[in-house]
Design a protein around this ligand. Structure first.
Ligand code: ZN
Ligand code: ZN
Length: 408
């Protein structure tokens, strides 16, 4: 146990661009955020590109970088992270795909990649989970909405397999093909083909699809998968930093990443991963666990889905709610507090962008700067200057008094 604690807060997709309807202010600039501003006054601030300048980060690669795991080294594709998000614990040699339940016609032409945005794929996952073909186990656990990741488990698998999902409707599903000459890739493609055919036959006959057809809804009859990847070999957070870490999050993806790094993951009633999430409950959990851990990863998802929906007013409101949570964190006076985002999600785009994000790092001893406002333009004037995500953990470790010296 180290003396100082770390509270590492990531507000997903918090960064934005000037919004014409907000007088060219960003949602952070338009929101009333006295607690964030106070933190910026008391801490050191900067502008940060989590992955790199000019790179549009996914949430997964951004979080790897924020925790000091270079995504260019450790990232093995989206599949394993989607699998982790639904609680599948991958083993060495497993291959994971991200997947959607989609709709195909009798010629296997894709009619709808998301089966009419079906809201629950649990029955389909349950029907095929645990299937074994040629000694390979197929593991399926439902994700949110139409999402259904797949993990193949067994000997001699490869992740060098082409996507089945064509990414567009109106064309025939692709057969999985080996992407190299290895026996493993050939075997994996062959077994996967059998599974996709079998599952299609099973899905077609399910009662739930008869009901969907009667209601005029597209049948969910094909598992469209893409982004094959092996389990990433991520060094344990505890081994890397000698810190006992805990994750306080609502959304599955972030719990999944935390689990991959060996953090303790709490289940918090009321933490939904959406705009309605109970942020106060997260602080209560933090308080309860404060003595037991050194490092708390607090993830707040709400701003990102609102940004994808281009709901800038909703984002302003959510950031004001987030501000109250940050105010509550000041009760932990001895902690190093980091507040930042994993990427910008401008409401004018509805997508992640490569714009930098604001970051403030507070500790009682920090050599503070003249920044007065926590937002994109305000923080960019700070002492931290322009950093990348990989810089954050070394700065935090130094402020904890734990950095080892480089040289004599
Ligand atoms: Zn994100
Ligand atoms: Zn997003």
């Amino acid at each position: 146990m180290s003396a100082k604690k770390v509270i590492f807060v990531v507000a997903d997709g918090m960064g934005d661009r000037p919004i014409p309807q907000l007088n060219r202010k960003t949602p952070l600039e338009a929101a009333s955020t006295p607690n964030l501003d106070q933190l910026a006054k008391d801490g050191i601030s900067g502008a940060m590109n989590t992955v790199d300048i000019g790179v549009r980060p996914g949430s997964d690669t951004a979080h790897l970088a924020l925790f000091g795991y270079d995504p260019n080294v450790y990232y093995t594709g989206r599949g394993p992270f989607e699998a982790a998000a639904v609680g599948i614990e991958m083993q060495e040699g497993d291959v994971a795909w991200r997947g959607n339940m989609g709709t195909v016609d009798s010629d296997l032409v894709i009619k709808d990649r998301r089966a009419g945005r079906i809201t629950d794929v649990t029955p389909f996952a349950e029907e095929m989970d645990g299937t074994i073909i040629d000694g390979i186990e197929f593991i399926l656990k439902p994700g949110s909405g139409y999402r259904l990741p797949l993990v193949m488990r067994g000997k001699g698998l490869s992740d060098q397999i082409s996507d089945v999902d064509t990414h567009v409707a109106g064309v025939k599903v692709h057969e999985p093909e080996p992407l190299d000459d290895s026996d493993e890739a050939e075997f994996t493609a062959k077994v996967l083909k059998k599974f996709l055919e079998r599952s299609h036959e099973v899905f077609k006959k399910m009662k739930i699809n008869k009901k969907r057809a009667e209601k005029g809804e597209p049948e969910a009859n094909y598992l469209l998968i893409r982004g094959a990847g092996f389990k990433p070999s991520l060094p344990d957070f505890k081994a890397k930093y000698h810190l006992d870490a805990a994750c306080i999050a609502g959304a599955g993806m972030y719990k999944g990443i935390a689990r991959m790094l060996g953090m303790t993951v709490f289940d918090i009633p009321g933490a939904t991963g959406k705009g309605d999430s109970d942020l106060h409950a997260k602080v209560e959990k933090l308080k309860e666990a404060y003595d037991e851990y050194d490092f708390f990863f607090v993830h707040v998802k709400g701003a990102d889905p609102l940004s994808h929906d281009e709901d800038y007013n909703g984002k302003v409101k959510f950031l004001e709610k987030f501000d109250k949570m940050v105010g509550e964190l000041r009760q932990f006076e001895d902690a190093v507090i980091v507040v930042t985002a994993d990427h910008s999600t401008p409401c004018t785009l509805g997508e992640h962008s490569a714009d930098d994000v604001p970051i403030t790092i507070y500790s009682a001893e920090v050599r503070d700067d003249d920044v007065e406002y926590f937002n994109e333009r305000g923080c960019a004037k700070g002492r931290l200057g322009h950093i990348t995500g990989m810089h954050v953990m070394p700065i935090v470790i130094d402020l904890m008094g734990l950095a080892s010296m480089f040289g004599a």
